[in-house]
Design a protein around this ligand. Structure first.
Ligand code: ADP
Length: 332
C-alpha cells in the first residue's frame, strides 16, 4: 500500500539544517496495521506527513497504492489524499460543530447531498459506537469519545489508508486499549491499511502486525512484530525487554543469565526441568512474565544456568533447538 524509497527530508531554518529523515526505505503491505516506533524527535511526524505530502521530501519517492505521488499534479494529489484518512493526538475536532457535524464535514466538502450525508454519518457513528452522541459537542465528550469521532470522520470518504499521528498518546491506558481495539476491528472489517506513528511500546504490542523503528531520522529495523520478538538481538526485543534486563541480579561465577522467549508456544512445557534433568546444570528462575503481543501469547523467562561451561553451552543449544531463542544477558 505504501512504499517509501530512499526518503530524505532536510529542514533548513535560519541557516540551520536538520536532517529529519535520512535515506528511509520502507514497505507497508495492504491490510496491515503498521507501526512506526520512535522517541520524540526521531522523525515520525515528518515521515507520516511525507506519506500524504503535507511535507515534501527533499529527495526520494513516495509510492501509495502503486503511484509515485511526489510527481502528481495538484488535482491528482487531491484525489489520492481523498483515499487517505488521518487521525491526530489532539483530535482536531471543530468545537462549534456537533459530533454528527464533525463527521459530516468531509462529506460536505466533497459535495455529497444532505440525505446521503445523514445516512453515512449514522452508519459511521454506529461503527465507532457513538450513535447516542450525534447531537453532542466535543466539549461534552471524553478523550476516547473525541478520538472515536476523529476516526469516524477519517473514515467518512471510505479511505484505503488510515494515517494515525500518535492517536492514543493523550489518552489513559484503558481508553488507549479501547481505541486500539476499535482500530483493529476497523482494520479487519474494512480491510483498511493503517499506518500509525507512536512512541508507546504498548501500542506496538497491542495492535501492530509490523513495525519499523526510527532513531534519529534513520530506520534501524523493520519487520513483523512477532518475528522480531523471536529474533535474538533485534532492536525491538531490546526495547521491549530493557526494563526486564535491569534486575540488579548478581550472576554467580559459573553462571549465565539467559532470557528465553516463548512465542505462541505452550508455556506449560516443562522445558526448564528437562534442561536440569538432561544436562549437568542448575536453573534458577530470576523473573518471568506472560503477555499478549500482536494477538499471540508471549512468555519470557529470565533464568540463571550454572554449571561447567561446556554443560551450560550444551543446555543453551538444547534451548535454541526447542525454539525459545535464548539470549545471554550476562555472564558470571
Ligand atoms: P517526531 O515526530 O519523531 O517527534 P519530528 O518528525 O517531529 O519527530 O521531528 C524530527 C526532527 O525534525 C526534529 O529534530 C525536529 O526538530 C525537526 N523538524 C520537524 N519539523 C520541522 C520544521 N518544520 N522545521 C524545522 N525543523 C523541523
Amino acid at each position: 500500500m505504501i512504499e517509501l524509497k530512499d526518503l530524505t527530508k532536510v529542514f533548513r531554518q535560519n541557516g540551520q539544517e536538520t536532517v529529519a529523515l535520512r535515506n528511509v526505505s520502507l514497505r507497508v503491505p495492504k491490510g496491515e496495521i503498521f507501526g512506526i516506533l520512535g522517541q520524540s524527535g526521531a522523525g515520525k511526524s515528518t515521515l507520516i506527513r511525507c506519506v500524504n505530502l503535507l511535507e515534501r521530501p527533499t529527495s526520494g519517492e513516495v509510492w501509495v497504492d502503486g503511484r509515485e505521488i511526489t510527481r502528481l499534479s495538484p488535482a491528482e494529489l487531491r484525489a489520492v489524499r481523498r483515499e487517505m484518512g488521518m487521525i491526530f493526538q489532539q483530535f482536531n475536532l471543530f468545537d462549534s460543530r456537533t459530533v454528527a457535524g464533525n463527521v459530516a464535514y468531509p462529506l460536505e466538502v466533497a459535495g455529497w447531498p444532505r440525505q446521503r450525508i445523514n445516512e453515512r454519518v449514522a452508519e459511521l457513528l454506529a461503527l465507532v459506537g457513538l450513535s447516542d452522541k450525534a447531537g453532542a459537542y466535543p466539549a461534552q465528550l471524553s478523550g476516547g469519545q473525541k478520538q472515536r469521532v476523529g476516526i469516524a470522520r477519517a473514515l467518512a470518504l471510505g479511505p484505503k489508508l488510515l494515517l494515525s499521528d500518535e492517536a492514543t498518546s493523550a489518552l489513559d491506558p484503558d481508553t488507549t486499549r479501547s481505541v486500539l481495539d476499535l482500530l483493529r476491528e476497523i482494520n479487519r472489517r474494512l480491510g483498511l491499511t493503517i499506518l500509525l506513528i507512536t512512541h508507546q511500546m504498548e501500542v506496538v504490542k497491542q495492535v501492530c502486525d509490523s513495525v519499523a523503528i526510527l532513531e534519529e531520522g534513520q530506520l534501524v529495523e523493520q519487520g513483523r512484530v512477532l518475528e522480531l520478538v523471536g529474533r535474538p538481538g533485534s532492536r525491538l526485543r531490546q526495547l521491549l525487554y530493557e526494563p526486564f534486563r535491569d534486575t540488579g541480579f548478581h550472576v554467580s561465577p559459573q553462571g549465565v543469565l539467559v532470557a528465553l522467549f516463548f512465542v505462541g508456544q505452550s508455556a506449560e512445557e516443562p522445558l526448564i526441568s528437562s534442561v536440569v534433568r538432561n544436562f549437568q546444570v542448575d536453573a534458577n528462575i530470576v523473573q518471568g512474565a506472560v503477555e499478549r503481543i500482536a494477538g499471540t501469547t508471549v512468555g519470557r523467562l529470565l533464568v540463571e544456568l550454572t554449571g561447567r561451561p561446556e554443560d551450560v553451552q550444551a543446555a543453551l543449544q538444547y534451548l535454541e533447538a526447542r525454539g525459545v531463542s535464548p539470549e545471554v544477558i550476562q555472564r558470571g
